[in-house]
Design a protein around this ligand. Structure first.
Ligand SMILES: CCCCCCCCCCCCC/C=C/[C@@H](O)[C@H](CO)NC(=O)CCCCCCCCCCCCCCC
Ligand SMILES: Nc1ncnc2c1ncn2[C@@H]1O[C@H](COP(=O)(O)OP(=O)(O)OP(=O)(O)O)[C@@H](O)[C@H]1O
Ligand SMILES: [Ca+2]
Length: 525
């Protein structure tokens, strides 16, 4: 559909000459709108007083319809814009309205019925207001019907997803932050496994994909999953991605301790620095999003490092590498190829055999941070994220090991998350693309071999209370997408494209943060 602003005629499939159009009065521009980005088409009561329509004013009755469509602004922001078309011929007007409505009906990936969970206490506690004022009117314009649940306690959404008839919905929307998303994801993936008789406690189980898409309306403190999959953390943009029925597959890591399922993760699994920030920040929830800066500063000063062993299997199925600077963008070639490659491998060998055959690499050391990310983890604090070239759906995670270094060097490393310099270009930082890994802390290794004595335990406690000492006797905790894990010894496996979001990945627009405009494939070549 090609819309020309007044006073030019509207063209569609070369037929219409007799209709006039106005796009957002005062905005004299041409625009091309794919049908897939039309939000709604409405018959319009034409108000002559509001518009200066020159000679048309003399005519008795005008007929009009309005096309609401997605307008793309800077920095991946989407807005709802409108163009009103009018003419004297009622039949012509009805034909247009009907034809456009039929075209919209043919957009089969669009949701018609959604289940919405709102966390009223996430982020700055604006979830309910954001949904009611910014999102609900758009859903209603797009004729999407909703069942809305305002959560009353943590795990309300997750538990509810095990009870409701999820199959009658085209998607589940969560209004909140990464923690709220995590709840909904656990509810949906858990429910799928339960309904398919899959035991989540088996770390080697082939999990059943979840085809019910999740939409995220960002109203949290970090909103890293929304930012990394849409390119911006903006409720209206996310609502529009849901309305047009976008679909972005996402890798999910399962986390186990021995043969017990702990959690799934899609963004950050962090031990050391990010685990300690989270643990400290939980006590400061009343501070809102600021709590992370406060605890971040405190944790930076404490400068604790932790001893442990990591064993991982490299992700050989994927063409990418964490340092190739090939960003994951809409329709990512690397994600598509990796998915194909994995499917072929699994068909040929069977998952168990293939994993058992491949070698494990083992690294022992003292670490300030161990981060495993399934996606870039870009967020407003760090627009390029913890691993800028990580892929959303390639069946791998980037394992970042930050070894013991000086406070000054660690600060240099952190600062590079906020500028264009390469944060992996330090002798104390290593990064690997992996499909699974295991971690055991020195403390639990010692525990298992019974060499830890009471004195050591006490010494650990003593050192924690003295920030100047960087002693590593105590364990850190794992930060799993913003929630703490009970166990420090974990076994992690990436499940390629286990779930889907109402998103399309970050679009390759005119310019990214670095000022580059090449496509991923061009970069690869
Ligand atoms: C000098 C400035 C350096 C700034 C460096 C910024 C790096 C920020 C990287 C953010 C990565 C977020 C990863 C996403 C994790 C989410 O699954 C999770 C749940 O929402 N969020 C957090 O755990 C919340 C994590 C929040 C992390 C905040 C880190 C703040 C660090 C502040 C260090 C200050 C040092 C100042 C020394 C003078
Ligand atoms: N009604 C509720 N009362 C208390 N806690 C809730 C309620 N609803 C959800 N929660 C819990 O609140 C936690 C945090 O919520 P959410 O992720 O929305 O915000 P946040 O922590 O501020 O943001 P982020 O996760 O982006 O850092 C979630 O883990 C969720 O389980
Ligand atoms: Ca990935």
């Amino acid at each position: 559909l090609i819309l020309h602003s007044s006073p030019l005629p509207l063209y569609c499939c070369k037929t219409v000459r007799k209709m006039k159009c106005r796009i957002n009065p005062g905005n004299n521009e041409n625009c091309f709108v794919p049908i897939s980005e039309i939000i709604a088409v409405e018959e319009t009561e034409f108000n002559k007083k509001q518009r200066n329509i020159g000679r048309w004013q003399k005519m008795a009755k005008l007929h009009a319809f309005t096309v609401h469509y997605v307008k793309k602004a800077r920095n991946h922001r989407w807005r709802c814009s409108a163009a009103t078309f009018w003419c004297v011929d009622e039949h012509l007007c009805n034909q247009w309205t009907q034809a456009l409505k039929e075209l919209l009906e043919m957009q089969k990936s669009r949701p018609k019925q959604l289940l919405v969970y709102i966390n009223p206490f996430g982020g700055k506690r604006q979830g309910k207001r954001i949904y009611e004022q910014k999102v609900a009117p758009l859903f209603s314009l797009a004729s999407i019907s909703t069942d809305v649940v305002v959560t009353e306690h943590a795990n309300h959404a997750k538990d509810n997803l095990f009870e409701v008839n999820i199959y009658k919905y085209d998607g589940v929307v969560c209004v909140g932050g990464d923690g709220m998303f995590s709840e909904v994801m656990h509810g949906l993936i858990g429910r799928m496994q339960k309904d398919s008789g899959i035991d989540q406690n088996n770390p080697k189980a082939s999990l059943v994909q979840c085809n019910i898409r999740i939409g995220i309306i960002p109203a949290g403190s970090t909103d890293c999953i929304c930012y990394s999959t849409v390119g911006i953390s903006d409720p209206v943009t996310s609502a529009l991605h849901i309305i047009v029925g976008d679909c972005q597959p996402l890798d999910v890591s399962s986390v186990h301790h021995n043969d017990t399922f702990l959690k799934y993760s899609v963004s950050l699994l962090g031990y050391g620095f990010y685990g300690d920030i989270l643990k400290d920040s939980e006590k400061k929830r009343w501070m809102g999003p600021m709590r992370y800066d406060y605890s971040g500063f405190k944790t930076f000063l404490s400068h604790h490092y932790y001893e442990g062993t990591i064993a991982y299997q490299p992700a050989k199925h994927t063409h990418g590498s964490p340092r190739d600077k090939v960003s994951c963008r809409t329709g990512c070639y690397i994600c598509k190829q990796s998915e194909k490659q994995l499917a072929e491998q699994n068909k040929e060998h069977g998952l168990k055999k293939e994993e058992g055959e491949e070698e494990w690499k083992v690294i022992k050391g003292k670490f300030l941070a161990i981060n495993a990310v399934n996606m870039s983890c870009a967020c407003p604090r760090s627009p390029k994220g913890l691993s800028p070239a990580a892929h959303l759906a390639d069946g791998s995670a980037d394992l970042i090991l930050v070894r013991k270094c000086s406070r000054f060097d660690f600060l240099r490393y952190l600062v590079r998350h906020t500028n264009q310099d390469d944060q992996f270009d330090f002798p104390f930082v290593d990064v690997y693309r992996v499909k699974c890994f295991q971690f055991t802390s020195k403390l639990s290794e010692d525990n298992e071999s019974n060499v830890m004595d009471v004195g050591k335990k006490r010494f650990g406690q003593f050192c924690r209370d003295h920030p100047a000492c960087c002693c590593n006797i105590v364990n850190s905790t794992w930060n799993c997408d913003g929630e703490t894990l009970d166990s420090s010894a974990i076994e992690v496996r990436v499940h390629c494209q286990l779930m889907k979001l109402f998103a399309r990945g970050i679009e390759e627009d005119c310019k990214d943060e670095a000022g580059h405009s090449q496509s991923s494939i061009e970069q690869l070549l």
